[in-house]
Ligand binder design. Sequence first.
Ligand SMILES: [Zn+2]
Length: 129
Amino acid sequence: MPVNRAKLLSAAKNAAKNSYSPYSGIKVGAAVYAGGKIFSAANVENASYGLTACAERNAVASAVSSGNRKIEAVALFISGKHEPVPCGACLQVLQEFAKGDIPVISASGNGEIRISRLSSFLPKPFKIK
Ligand SMILES: [Zn+2]
């Protein structure tokens, strides 16, 4: 079953409500579609900044932990006027489980929605052959 992009983005938006972001104040939600299901997560910050976990990686971990390793799409929502672009670490983690050049559906608080492909953000992912 193909992903319903509006539903995936809605899941990302809802996940952002659970964001723990007392340091940046930036609420992020992500949702991935894998195995016919949606897995969503929020960003979880930490007083030791380097321990902060991005929403995208948390959503991937949720899917993979449930036995769903083929991600078909990802949606990302970020509060405010910030540009909704996954960080480099998240792009690499998404690439690991992406089923091809998956769509990246992103939106910010201003309501603008963009649909891109993973390869447009990460054209040369690191791979071990
Ligand atoms: Zn990230």
